[in-house]
Design a protein around this ligand. Sequence first.
Ligand code: ZN
Length: 239
Amino acid sequence: MNILAIGCHPDDLEIGCGGTLARYAKQGHTVIMCHIANGDMGHVEIMPEELNKIRTKEAEDAGKILGAKEVISLNVSDLYLNHYDDKIRQELTRVIRYTKPAFIISHSPDDYMQDHREAGAFAFDVSFGSSVTHYASSSEAYDGIVPIYYMDTLAGINFIPSLYVDISETIEIKLKALSCHESQIKWLKEHDHIDFLDFVKTCSKYRGLQSNCAFAEGFRQCLTWPRIRSTELPPFQSI
Ligand SMILES: [Zn+2]
């Protein structure tokens, strides 16, 4: 099975679904991570061009730790995401057609900043567009409209999961991958006094508390036709 995770910034997928992606990779599934924005405005002192290079490398290192086959950057500057931008839509369409995912993981429409919401909106729009034969016709249309699962919002605010994935066995991999994003973690600690690794571990522990395991990640399925698939009889399998 192929899984495509579409995040906004280079570290967002590690935060929201890194433990789940690591579980899939450990089981032999093909995980492809794609971030739309390059994270170039995520620092006050490091200038955007240099930060872009640093964050691209950090994301590649993190992806290797999670077991992803590939980390793709669409290299869009922070704060320039607009899900009506057809150039970005077509690039993301090519990523979906190349990946042929069984499902997509992306940002919730309720996430905390506009770029995250735009990334989720891109995933929603392009999951449909990639199946349309005459759209972005330089690549062959993907047969089917891909189901989407929204990952947790930052700090879990305004997000009630309908699915919980037990990541107790991959929490350390998730945190190790997240620690690759040193440009963010160091800055957050020194400038904002936020221990971001502890922040993310606490959120995973809280989701674990809610779902009777040590650590978990929460998801909600995007319930729009025709992205819904029927399941076996209960108890339903987690993704
Ligand atoms: Zn982000």
